[in-house]
Design a protein around this ligand. Structure first.
Ligand code: F6P
Length: 365
């Protein structure tokens, strides 16, 4: 098969490591004599070829990817509102969704693409799979700070996010101890508690509340009280945004054409704890800070490896596949394996065991 031009796009929430992937794709493709078309803002650039926000689709040269290895974000832009099957438009003053998938297929051909590398999380991989079913030659690259994409050991962006939360916990230790307060730190992850669990371990948290282990308030109160009696009148709790009380649910906001948004998990814990404690309780929501910043070396290296592997997958015709990390080795897996299920924290797994063994309370004992 002769390849002349490939496309590359980034979809879903941004995360540190996207630029290293784009750079590696361009550099590896150029050594093969291929052209690389950067598609702007995920499928927006394929839905509308005149789309400019601000630059539009463009051919990428080596110079375009020089000095971006260390940059967070994505030079191509991204979007979490770009599902061609649920594309939001305004009709009669009201928002509604329409199916523009046929336009994506048509524009892929108009751009002269021989293949498309789609970098994204579970939402983007679902779109990639559907486009692949329509005949587009697609290779997926998994990304997310949430670490919830299945069929790969890890995704880039995750370690940078854990680093961000760990830094925050280090700072909060100082002020929590000075004031003798309970600090609740809410972190991202949707239904997966990987960021919370890793950061709790790295950041010396005393309590860690995960979506996978519903909590009881009395268990958290007991832990804080034990620490107080033991001469430590402060506690740090990491609360995953998807954490829920036993028998309770998470608050979720639904917006047309977007992924559901989790909110209020730490505030809910604070309100439940306050009547049972004499200590002040304070909430810090780290939010989008976790998605920004320069990628840590692990994420730069993984992004580079994924980008190179994606180009090799195009070269060898592995379409409908996603590059993946398995036991330190890069491989490819069918995209459907990645979207079949979410990768969640195993409550019986080694990390939870290690955390319990060093005294971290999950609110369930
Ligand atoms: O990238 C995944 C994620 O970071 C989730 O953890 C979070 O809930 C979500 O993105 C929020 O992003 P947005 O508001 O951009 O949809």
């Amino acid at each position: 098969m002769t390849i002349k031009r490939i496309g590359v796009m980034t979809g879903g929430g941004d995360c540190p490591g996207l630029n290293p992937v784009i750079r590696a794709v361009v550099l590896a493709a150029k050594t093969r004599g291929w052209e690389v078309m950067g598609i702007e803002d995920a499928t927006h650039g394929l839905i509308d070829l005149d789309y400019r926000s601000p630059r539009g689709n463009r051919l990428l040269e080596e110079a375009d990817v020089a000095e971006i290895l260390q940059d967070g974000g994505t030079i191509l832009g991204t979007s979490n509102k770009s599902d061609p099957w649920n594309y939001v438009v305004e009709r009669d003053g009201q928002e509604t969704t329409i199916d523009v998938s046929a336009r994506v297929v048509e524009n892929y051909h108009k751009l002269g693409l021989d293949a498309l590398i789609s970098v994204g999380g579970d939402g983007s991989m679902k779109i990639a799979k559907k486009l692949s079913n329509l005949g587009l030659r697609i290779v997926g690259v998994p990304k997310t700070i949430d670490q919830d994409v299945a069929a790969t050991d890890t995704t880039f962006g995750f370690m940078t996010a854990v680093r961000c939360v760990t830094d925050a916990l280090d700072r909060l230790h100082d002020t929590a101890e000075s004031h003798g307060r309970v600090m609740l730190v809410e972190v991202m992850g949707r239904n997966a508690g990987h960021i919370a669990l890793h950061a709790a371990l790295a950041g010396d948290a005393h309590i860690c509340l995960l979506p996978e282990i519903p909590y009881r308030v009395d268990s958290i109160v007991k832990k804080i009280s034990r620490r107080r009696v033991g001469g430590r009148p402060y506690s740090i709790a990491v609360v995953a945004e998807g954490a829920r009380p036993q028998g309770g649910e998470v608050d979720i906001e639904h917006k047309l054409g977007e992924m559901p948004k989790f909110f209020g998990a730490a505030q809910r814990v604070a309100v439940s704890l306050e009547p049972h404690l004499e200590l002040d309780v304070r909430v810090t929501i780290l939010g989008y800070l976790q998605r920004g910043g320069s990628p840590v070396p692990f994420d730069r290296i993984l992004g580079t490896r994924y980008g190179v592997a994606a180009v090799e997958a195009v070269e060898t015709g592995k379409f409908g596949q996603m590059v993946s990390l398995s036991n330190q080795e890069i491989t490819t897996v069918p995209i459907e394996d990645a979207i079949a299920q979410q990768r969640l924290v195993d409550p019986q797994g080694q990390l939870v065991h290690a955390a319990r063994s060093v005294g971290i309370c999950f609110g369930d004992d």
